[in-house]
Write a protein that binds this ligand. Structure first.
Ligand code: MCF
Ligand code: FE
Length: 409
């Protein structure tokens, strides 16, 4: 048992309660929240962790959408329009993934922990991220490992299935409480229905989490809604007769009864066709600015009642994997919100909401939840300003605990 004291605590409950001068007693889970005195009396043998600095404690961040295999990107991929970016990905992905060796991915995972992230959802396109992700999970980071499937050509279906199954089974060998194999259906435009059905049947059978990219760009929107636009020509690079596999409704129907994270959804109108209990939206603001002409209308998205949370996407469409940087980007673009209210919402979108989306018992400082939290040094600040000032100023944690275990950097 350990006890940790902090000057301020963000519980990250729906009300966004802030506690002052309190302590947590914890082992793998949070056991009690009270004054330091009371907890020390109750648990006299517990080890005390007390910083000399002025601190804020809050649940560690959850970044449910990364592409670590693209971590070597800077200057290589082309931004400004989705198809230009996609072409640059196809041209450079082999070279980029070769460059993103074990060490580079481990470095990024470590840096994410330093910036307060304890759990990630990694979209694995090739499987070259498996080893470093397993290693990080052994060191105590929580990884949801989404094995990606995609392919548009009928003749390649058997090969694509085989390659996907091999990667999935490799990942399954390392399944643990902190390494959770899952499935990614890349997108409606890139995944043949036979492949999507194959992977989703597996997800249903094994009760796996699913992630997919949806309605990210103007060209994708035009293709899915009208079977028109530049996408058709682009797809001719992969198949002689490109067909529209699904309209938006039919694509969404595939995910009925499956816990799914839909990433982007910038052009989504069918809010009601998503299942409020199982479906959620991962909002990647920085990525949208680089690849799409639009960003998510957050007010409208929240009105739908769906779980909307944040993700960074990969360094293929971002310059940082820090959830703090992503929150700062969000502060700038959602101008139709009160700034102080938005700050609180964004912190929940990096903690409580992605935890719910992934069905993990964490993301909140509450008795019984997993002891996943971080401690940041802050300065004196009144509570009404603190969420905003924290997002503006915080960079690296003082301490990070995952399942009660302190991370060593
Ligand atoms: O989320 C962004 C933009 N949308 C789609 N895909 C990706 C993103 N970042 C990386 N990707 C990957 C994706 O997983 O790029 C490839 C896939 O492997 C594009 S499709 C050949
Ligand atoms: Fe992505």
């Amino acid at each position: 048992m350990k006890i940790i004291y902090s000057d301020k605590i963000f519980l990250c409950n729906e009300k966004f309660s802030i506690l002052e001068k309190k302590a947590l007693a914890f082992n793998e889970q949070i056991i009690a929240i009270d004054s330091l005195e009371t907890l020390q009396k109750k648990y006299p043998k517990a080890e005390l962790i007390k910083s000399h600095k002025h601190t804020l404690l809050l649940p560690s961040f959850i970044n449910p959408h990364t592409h670590l295999e693209f971590s070597a990107n800077s200057y290589t991929l082309h931004f400004g329009e989705f198809l230009i970016w996609l072409k640059s990905v196809i041209n450079s992905r082999d070279e980029l993934s070769k460059e993103a060796k074990n060490n580079l991915i481990l470095e990024k995972l470590n840096w994410m922990r330093k910036t307060g992230t304890a759990t990630i959802g990694e979209i694995s396109s090739f499987g070259s991220d498996l080893k470093p992700c397993v290693k990080a999970s052994e060191e105590g980071m929580r990884i949801i490992f989404f094995n990606e499937i995609l392919g548009v050509s009928e003749s390649q279906i058997p090969n694509k299935k085989e390659d996907f199954l091999k990667r999935f089974q490799d990942a399954l060998k390392y399944k643990s409480e902190l390494f959770i194999p899952a499935i990614s259906i890349h997108s409606a435009y890139s995944t043949h229905p036979k492949l999507a059905k194959f992977a989703l049947d597996l997800a249903k059978k094994q009760n796996l989490l699913v992630s997919t990219h949806l309605l990210e760009s103007k060209v994708e929107n035009f293709w899915l809604r009208f079977a028109k636009g530049k996408f058709k020509n682009y797809l001719k690079n992969f198949t002689s007769n490109p067909a529209l596999f699904y309209n938006v409704d039919n694509f969404l129907k595939l995910f009925k009864d499956v816990r799914t994270l839909f990433t982007h959804c910038v052009y989504l109108k069918e809010w009601k066709n998503l299942d409020i209990n199982l479906h959620s939206i991962t909002h990647c603001a920085f990525s949208n600015r680089l690849l799409s002409t639009r960003s998510l209308n957050l007010k409208q998205a929240l009105k739908s009642g769906l779980n909307i949370h944040l993700g960074t996407d990969g360094l293929s469409s971002n310059i940082s994997l820090s959830m703090l940087d992503e929150m700062r980007a969000n502060l700038l673009i959602h101008k139709d919100f009160n700034l102080l209210e938005l700050a609180k919402k964004l912190i929940l979108m990096a903690t409580l909401y992605p935890a719910k989306a992934l069905n993990l018992d964490l993301g909140e400082i509450k008795v019984g939840k997993s002891a996943d939290f971080s401690l940041f040094e802050i300065r004196e600040c009144e509570n009404s300003q603190l969420p905003l000032q924290f997002i503006l100023n915080a960079k690296y944690v003082e301490k990070l605990f995952i399942k009660g275990r302190e991370c060593k950097f």
